[in-house]
Design a protein around this ligand. Sequence first.
Ligand code: NAP
Length: 502
Amino acid sequence: MAVKNNLKKDFSILITGTGFSGICVGIQLKKAGIHNFKILEKANDVGGTWRDNTYPGAACDVKSNLYSFSFEPNPNWSREFSAQKEILDYIRHCVKKYDLEKHIVFNWEVATSIFHEDKAMWEVINTRKEKLFANVIVPGNGPLHIPSLPDIDGIRDFKGEVFHSAKWNHDYDLDGKNVCVIGTGASAIQFVPEIQPKAKNLYLMQRTAPWVLPKPDGEFTSLQHTLFEKIPFVQKLNRDFIYYFNEAQVVGFMYEDRILKLGEAIGTRYMKKIIKDPTLRKKLTPTYRLGCKRVLMSNNYYQSLAKPNVDVVTDGIVKFTKDAVITGDGKQRKIDALILGTGFHVADSFLFYDVHGRDDVQMKNAFKDGPQAYYGSAIHGFPNMFMMLGPNTGLGHNSMVYMIESQTNYVVDAIQKMMANNIRTVEVKEEVQEKFNEEIQRKLINTIWDSGCKSWYLSANGKNHTVWPGFTTEFRKRTKTFNMNDYIVEKEIVKKREAELV
Ligand code: NAP
């Protein structure tokens, strides 16, 4: 990225979050010669979702050679699919290497953001009511961090231990306990095999059977490590291979669902190989098309469900009492602990943010028909705000880090252009945003995500405001440069800075 010399020096930027998004924007701003930014972090460490999700077995289901920054390969990944700790260490390494720590304000949890039109500045207020001001804000909170807690009759009366997968209580010993797990999504299939050997009984409450494929995982050999280190091109080739292999799945998801039959056959065969009990097999057989919900991969999930201390319960939870769970078949199972693998608020996450745009319109009231943005980043009515991983940037097939790098190109280009041209505000045109979202929704029709299952990709209105419907190469191409013509641009020069960054 070329460093421009004529950039306005007092132009300020506030980024939220030190996950992959916030760190990527910080690094690229620095590479562009922009240093007047802060990254606001609610916790006392970096890492975002890879800091918060410490549940046993937490790992990435995208291969690490791809699930990492293109500009910062790590030749030392221990295995194909790295575990949480290694990914967190990688993020910490990036923070150190790119000298970002001095930009990070730890223990600074954003509560409210208000756009002041007269000053063309964002006021960002934390939970202690402290304030910071900036020309541009870049919320990089991530779409998977507000735990979704089920509202089941009596759940608050349960007196045992209760925690969500993203807030794992490592002090609670599951040894010899009767444990109830709700959920069979990407998180649960990773922690269930880890806790099964400890639990006396594990009652797995399954609402929908997921598709689970074998995970092509393995440790890297020392020869591979040496090759990656000494000949970076080898690692780049490996990365490209993984990327294009994953990318090819879009053809099945969007255009030719007969391709998915192959994946379904692999999943069914794999399940039948591990699960011998026909009743359990029936319970574990998915009743929707592969890809409609996130496709899962595991080499130990089915194996753990076949163990005698595991009961896969599909009768639905009716209620909780102070020490038991009662299911639709009338059975009462005494339990000591309840673990919620119930996922996150994704499509409705915007309801949780107190963001006030132009004319004091709150984000939760800004959308007529579900959340929408332009390239998942700019929102009409919210000038000078560029979200990371906003609506319709999610993927079911490839690395989110790729999407983050694409969006970062766009955001940094926007900021550079604003700084170079003394631009006061940029706000995506309403008609541009509308047209873009009509295109997105049109493309989603008849895709696999529209094939009838109930997934967290869908909003309450049944529309998919989560997934990018297409190849990520297209997203990369379209976000390469920030096109001013798509925006209402106010060129007036801000003469005086109204506030300083602390
Ligand atoms: P999830 O995929 O949304 O799964 C939530 C599970 O809880 C589903 O099985 C859901 O059932 C069930 N559930 C929710 N509310 C329920 C209720 N009231 N009663 C019964 N069951 C209920 O959540 P997650 O497993 O935490 O994963 C979320 C996302 O995080 C993933 O899709 C993925 O994008 C990401 N993730 C990624 C990795 C990775 O390796 N990269 C690992 C973990 C998570 P239904 O299916 O019937 O709705």
